[in-house]
Design a protein around this ligand. Structure first.
Ligand code: HAM
Length: 426
């Protein structure tokens, strides 16, 4: 067991090679797709005024009450590490004024929640999220759900489902709260301790209590849509119909509520069957947030990237190795060859070849060992004789095949299957 000092904090992780390549691949694919839908990247600070989250997510939510890393800084300001991305992005959008009325922004980065760590639940985790600003419109909600399905498919994920519901308008949700309290009050003694408290503080949270006794009660409740105004019910119906036209497999989830108070109208969650207790890979919905005296409306989602990678590993039967990568290692026999290799290093890199060498004086055997440790795919070996003849011995380290080549023959060979190959420039 390595010394504790060498480990990151509990619930947090270093992400280094080779795992980082799977992250990069995921992000590269996502960026291309997000651009197809007209989204642009925004990077907001990790640290914000705590009040931004309290007011937008809601003071009674679990995230604000139990999970936020909130503290007072040296200047006495109440700050918090962002537990999610929407609030900061909407603060940014509001700061842009009318020019951002129809902004489409996406973000990728770490979020922080002081939860009890377990499989799929971290204290620092990463979300890829997108927010489309604009007034309520079922077509916009469906477009965002379609975008998420596109992302999951492009990543190669198959065993997921999208569950969808509506919270209606602000009036609808206060009516739902009242009705829910009426239904649950007679059952008070059979609810768990948390839910008994929730009857007073935030009765909607009872709907996603995980305790079996509370779940049994919830399953017998009327669908939330029964308490919505006819216009809100029609909005949900439009969402379902538009999604059906796009062949998006939405499943109505009559008691889905989502844990953040900024939602209005459509809410959804995407779960993956291989993930156990923490099976939500993404969540989203339509919202309205007031920030800096401005109201911002829109629809968005966030995908948990750790969970996507876990789900992918499950479907593929292992973590996989990530995209294959070509790396050439220059091996020198003697000092002249080593000096010449420094020049070759530069030439090959300018041709878009990923290439390295040992910069110190080592035996050929030790250089080949270093190549192997770095995962090199080819070794290019030169000694006095090769220098005199102007040739290179190229060894494919995966197959052991070896051939003698000239520079014009070498470059196409090591760039041919290389994802790093650029257009040849001399
Ligand atoms: P959320 O449902 O709280 O929504 O989080 C979205 C996703 O982040 C979850 O489905 C899950 O995959 C991942 N996630 C959340 N907490 C953790 C954790 N402790 N460890 C690992 N993964 C986690 C939001 O954050 C909203 N801002 C989504 C949104 C954007 N709604 C509208 N726009």
């Amino acid at each position: 067991m390595a010394s504790e000092e060498l480990q990151p904090l509990q619930g947090m992780a270093d992400i280094g090679p080779p795992e980082i390549r799977r992250w990069q691949e995921l992000e590269q694919t996502a960026r291309k797709i997000l651009e197809l839908y007209g989204f642009e990247e925004v990077r907001t600070p990790l640290l914000e005024r705590a009040e931004l989250f309290v007011r937008s997510l809601g003071n009674e939510t679990d995230v604000v009450q139990k999970e936020m890393y909130a503290f007072t800084d040296r200047g006495g300001r109440a700050l918090a590490l962002r537990p999610e991305g929407t609030a900061g992005v909407l603060r940014y959008v509001a700061s842009r004024g009318p020019e951002a009325a129809e902004a489409r922004m996406y973000y990728v980065g770490p979020m922080f929640r002081a939860e009890r760590p377990q499989a799929g639940r971290r204290r620092q985790f990463h979300q890829l999220g997108a927010e489309a600003i604009g007034p309520p419109n079922p077509a916009a909600d469906v477009e965002l759900i379609a975008l998420q399905a596109h992302l999951l498919q492009a990543w190669g994920l198959e065993k997921w489902r999208i569950r969808v519901n509506s919270r209606g308008t602000a009036e609808d949700i206060s009516m739902a709260r009242r009705r829910l309290r009426e239904c649950l009050e007679p059952l008070r003694d059979t609810l768990c301790d948390d839910c008994r408290r929730r009857l007073e503080t935030n009765v909607l949270r009872v709907l996603d209590c995980k305790q079996p006794s509370c779940r049994a009660h919830v399953e017998r409740l009327p669908p939330l849509s029964e308490w919505l105004a006819p216009a809100s019910r029609a909005y949900l119906e439009d969402v379902l119909q538009l999604a059906a036209r796009l062949e998006l497999p939405l499943e109505p989830a009559p008691h889905l509520i989502r844990g953040l108070d900024y939602y209005l109208h459509t809410v959804w969650e995407i779960t993956h069957e291989g993930l156990g207790a923490q099976d939500a890979i993404a969540g989203g919905g339509r919202y309205r947030i007031e920030v800096g005296g401005r109201a911002v409306e829109g629809v968005g989602f966030a995908i948990g990237l750790e969970r996507v990678l876990m789900a992918l590993a499950g479907e593929r039967g292992g973590a996989g190795t990530g995209p294959s990568r070509q790396l050439v290692w220059l091996v020198a026999h003697g000092e002249d060859a080593r000096h010449e290799n420094l020049r070759l290093l530069q030439i090959l890199r300018r041709h878009g070849v990923a290439v390295r060498m040992c910069l110190d004086d080592r035996s050929v055997k030790a250089q080949l060992r270093a190549a192997d440790r770095a995962g090199a795919t080819h070794a290019v070996i030169r000694g006095e004789m090769e220098l005199a003849k102007g040739v290179f011995v190229v060894k494919d380290l995966r197959t052991g095949n070896q051939q003698e080549l000239s520079l014009p023959e070498l470059i196409p060979l090591v760039t041919s299957s290389s994802p790093l190959a650029l257009d040849a420039k001399s």
